[in-house]
Design a protein around this ligand. Sequence first.
Ligand code: G1P
Length: 301
Amino acid sequence: MQKLIRSAIVPVAGLGTRLLPATKSQPKEMLPVARKPIVQYVAEELVANGIEQILFITGRGKSSIENHFDHDPELARLLQSANKHELMEQLNAVELNAKFFYTRQRLQRGLGDAVLCGENFAGEEPFVVALGDSIIGLHANSQAVSRMAELFHAKRASCVLAVEEVPPEETVHYGIVEPADVDGDVVRVANLVEKPAPGSAPSNLAIAGRYVFSPLIFDMIRRVRPDARGEIQLTDAIQFMCEEGRRVLALKLPPDEKRYDIGNFASYFGTFVEFALADPEYGPGLRAALERLLARAPVRS
Ligand code: G1P
């Protein structure tokens, strides 16, 4: 397969305050979902979509992410001498066939500012941005990023976003697109708004944590003024692309490649249970245990 896009930037600098106390001394991206930390699924998805190099935009307290993708010779020796070959294979898989880079966002100045930290890494080529707290598809089995990259090239777009339909009461939590026209699962974007006030969203299509950008985005980010909370919003930079008449497209995620948002407890709990139920070894036992539990204690609302 032709390599359409080689580089991805994965912002993981957020403080994870919505997941306290679980995230007091560990990054939210390292919380496990069934067998693996969230960031492992994100990296696996990117590599399965042809990405060869990944830059993590980290911050203070995020060094365990770097350790996770590093080789651990002591652990390897220990497993080798204990003949734990299956576990060794699993660990080798963690290291993945990609190059990993790390840089820190020194101040918490928002997602746009975090992406700007990757400007030298991206160079003159188009690149992917994948949010480190979102998994796409059950066990990250999504090819959406490849389809977005194909669309980006075929339509000579400046930006392609993944979007998902959300209930009207949830639009306030996301970047929302205003469609100019819709052709199947491809939306031409007229405008975007970050976290619109209740009742004012231009649609129910929410930005779903995956983007393909031309390097032009960096100039747009530099033009964005900080919002009321001092954050440089990536959505505002994409809006500048729309205003300049650049082609901004969105690809709707199909139901079998839905986004699992790990940024709050409600969706984190649900994601953990869904992934654990799909585990070939432990899923059936968990299902039986849950059924027993639910039969005993009727759910109260
Ligand atoms: C960010 C983006 C938003 C997007 C969301 C997806 O918001 O700013 O446009 O819809 O991720 O998770 P955050 O969740 O960082 O507040």
